[in-house]
Design a binder for this molecule. Structure first.
Ligand code: PLP
Length: 362
């Protein structure tokens, strides 16, 4: 028997009820006109949460990491220079993925807990093909300034990981000059894990690799999957079987967010994060991420001296049914990660975590 949990870790969070309910809708054929209409609406709503007009804005049929792979495999030819801002685990993953695509990677390393140093990243190479950065580093709880990267990117393509920002934090891909973006459904979008919302500008698409090493993630082929050909009279073509239940869930989650309104959703995340962070500090706990750059939706806390990090997490789960995350990488045992994302970005959820921590730390 699976018990319900309160998912206050780095993701997945508890989905919006509407997104969960949609998983029980009748399963449609993936070329059924009803499903095609649902996919079209999903892409329209994704454009809104990305803040983009990009025609090529689609839910890839895999998790956020596949979005990362799609971004690099479609744009990197062997020998292309890719500058990657590394201020946590997911920047490191970008380095790994870009180098597997044959890139000459210039990794600009930062101390974990700090935001991306825009000047250092932009001056790391005179003419990179791609500059890549993580908007919201889930491993450290830090937000970086994507708009500043976009303003200074020059001829480079700007590639951004928005897995932990989309649907929870201000995100304006077009205004900020984002050429390639990928995300996940399981965080602030409030949908179960399984899809990777993806967007690519015309400028980046024009510079893509003609025949990428990945067939599944080939954006040229995926155009037909989402009906790009339909507007030119071609109609939808089979590429792979769309995960129809997941698309239905994403459709419902996006509808839920847009009905509330993006600014209201962002404000709700800010408020929940503020209550949690102020409450933690009032209890004498230290926050890990640099002040002024903290994510509202993912809070990193320094485990106090003498406290067994894993034992606290186990007690939270056993006594309260609450999941929080361990730290990432070198901070696995010395940091906790607490997420208030999507449906969980609420004051009462923040107070629930604080009360449970009071209990287990007593
Ligand atoms: N990028 C960031 C910032 C993430 O937080 C995650 C997952 O937590 C990923 C990429 C990878 O996404 P997934 O685990 O859905 O493949």
């Amino acid at each position: 028997m699976i018990r319900a949990r309160q998912l206050f870790g780095p993701g997945p969070g508890n989905p919006y009820p509407e997104a969960t309910a949609a998983l029980g809708l009748p399963i449609l054929g993936h070329l059924d006109p009803l499903f095609i209409a649902m996919m079209d609406e999903t892409c329209d709503m994704l454009r809104e949460v990305w803040g983009t007009q990009n025609q090529r804005t689609i839910p890839l049929s895999a998790t956020g990491s596949a979005g990362m792979e799609a971004a690099f495999v479609n744009t990197v030819e062997p020998g292309d220079v890719v500058v990657v801002a590394v201020n946590g685990l997911f920047g490191q993953r970008m380095v790994e993925v870009a180098s597997r695509c044959g890139a000459e990677v210039v990794a600009v390393e930062h101390e974990w807990g700090l935001p991306v140093d825009v000047d250092r990243v932009l001056s790391a190479h005179p003419s990179p093909k791609i500059v890549a950065a993580v908007h919201a580093e889930t491993s450290t709880g830090v937000r970086s300034d994507v708009a500043a990267l976009g303003a200074g990117k020059g001829d480079a393509l700007l590639l951004v990981d928005a897995v932990t920002s989309i649907g929870g934090l201000e995100l304006r891909a077009d205004d900020w000059g984002v050429d390639l973006g990928y995300a996940g459904t399981q965080k602030c979008l409030g949908v179960p894990p399984g899809l990777a919302p993806f967007t690519i500008s015309e400028r980046a698409f024009a510079r893509r690799v003609e025949r990428p090493r990945s067939w599944y993630l080939d954006l040229g082929l995926l155009g037909g999957y989402v009906g790009e050909a339909a507007s030119s009279g071609g109609g939808r073509t089979y590429h792979h079987t769309a995960p129809v239940a997941m698309v239905a869930s994403l459709h419902a989650g996006l509808r839920r967010i847009l009905d509330e309104g993006l600014p209201a959703v962002w404000a709700r995340h800010e408020e929940a994060g503020r209550i949690l962070q102020e409450g933690l500090q009032a209890r004498g706990l230290e926050l890990f991420a640099a002040e002024g750059h903290r994510l509202p939706d993912l809070t990193t806390v320094v485990v106090p001296e003498g406290v067994d990090s894993a034992a606290v997490r186990r007690l939270l789960l056993e006594r309260h049914g609450i999941e929080i995350g361990a730290g990432a990488g070198p901070y696995a045992a010395s940091v906790w990660r607490i997420g208030l994302m999507g449906h969980n970005a609420r004051p009462d959820a923040a107070l629930t975590v604080l009360a449970a921590l009071d209990d287990v730390l007593a």
